[in-house]
Design a binder for this molecule. Structure first.
Ligand code: DC
Length: 227
C-alpha cells in the first residue's frame, strides 16, 4: 500500500506529516489511529485520554466535572505522563471527560500540549497521528490528511458493549446506547470546538467495516486523494 506524502515526501526536513482523525465515541477512530501510526511509523496521541485524565482528576478530588473552575484547575495541572490508569477507560471517566471537555478553559489548557506533539512528534518520528473530536478543525487545521470516522450509534453501542464485557465490566446494551447518545449530543452541541467533520476531511463510515476493512478504506481514500 503506498501513499506519497506519508511514504517519505514530508520527511525531507520540512514539517512533520500530520494525520488528524476525528469522530464520535466508539467509531473505530482510536484503532485506526494506532494502525496508521504503526504503518507509517508515526507517533500517536489519543487526545481523549487527556480529557479523561482531567475528568478523573476532578472526580478524585471530589469535584463536579460540570464545574468549569475545578475542571480548568485539573487541566492546568494534568500530568500527561500519568494517563495509563485503568480508571481512564471506564464509562464514568468517558462521561466526566465529555463534561470537562465542554469548558473552553479546559480546551485552552490542553491546546499547546497537542500542538507541540504534532509539531515535534516524540521519538524523532517523521509524523504524528492525533485522534479526538477537534483535531482537524481546531488543533491541526492545516493537517494535510484529515479523516472523520463515524458509524451508526447502534453499531458503536454494540462495539462498546463488547469492549466493556471483554474487560470484565458488567454492562447492558440499552445503558451503553443511552450513554453514547448523551455523549454524542454533548460533544456535538457544545459551543467550544464541537464534534464535526472539517470541510476537507475524508469521511469514513465504519458501520459495516471491521478494523482491517477500516484501515484498508482509509489507506485507499488517502491514496486516491494523494494526501
Ligand atoms: O475519545 P474518547 O471517548 O476517549 O473521549 C472522551 C471525551 O473527551 C469525549 O466525549 C469528548 C472529549 N474529547 C474532546 O472534547 N476533544 C478531543 N479532542 C478528544 C476528546
Amino acid at each position: 500500500m503506498s501513499n506519497d506524502r506519508h511514504q517519505g515526501s514530508a520527511r525531507g526536513g520540512g514539517q512533520p506529516a500530520v494525520i488528524a482523525i476525528d469522530g464520535p465515541a466508539a467509531s473505530g477512530k482510536g484503532t485506526l489511529a494506532k494502525r496508521l501510526a504503526a504503518h507509517f511509523r508515526y507517533a500517536h496521541l489519543d487526545t481523549g485520554k487527556l480529557y479523561r485524565g482531567v475528568g478523573v482528576a476532578v472526580l478524585r478530588s471530589g469535584g463536579d466535572p460540570s464545574d468549569a473552575a475545578a475542571a480548568e484547575r485539573a487541566a492546568r495541572s494534568l500530568d500527561a505522563a500519568g494517563l495509563d490508569d485503568a480508571r481512564l477507560r471506564t464509562a464514568e471517566a468517558g462521561a466526566a471527560a465529555s463534561k470537562v471537555a465542554a469548558h473552553p478553559g479546559v480546551r485552552a489548557a490542553l491546546l499547546a500540549l497537542q500542538r507541540d506533539f504534532a509539531r515535534r512528534p516524540p521519538g524523532g518520528a517523521a509524523g504524528a497521528v492525533l485522534d479526538g473530536r477537534d483535531i482537524g478543525t481546531v488543533i491541526c487545521p492545516d493537517a494535510p490528511t484529515k479523516l472523520f470516522v463515524t458509524a451508526s450509534v447502534e453499531a458503536r453501542a454494540e462495539r462498546r458493549l463488547k469492549e466493556l464485557q471483554a474487560s470484565g465490566a458488567a454492562a447492558i446494551y440499552a445503558a451503553v446506547l443511552q450513554d453514547l447518545i448523551e455523549r454524542d449530543h454533548r460533544d456535538s452541541t457544545r459551543s467550544a470546538a464541537p464534534l464535526k467533520p472539517a470541510e476537507d476531511a475524508i469521511v469514513l463510515d465504519t458501520t459495516h467495516l471491521d478494523a482491517d476493512a477500516t484501515f484498508a478504506a482509509a489507506i485507499a481514500a488517502m491514496t486516491s486523494r494523494n494526501t
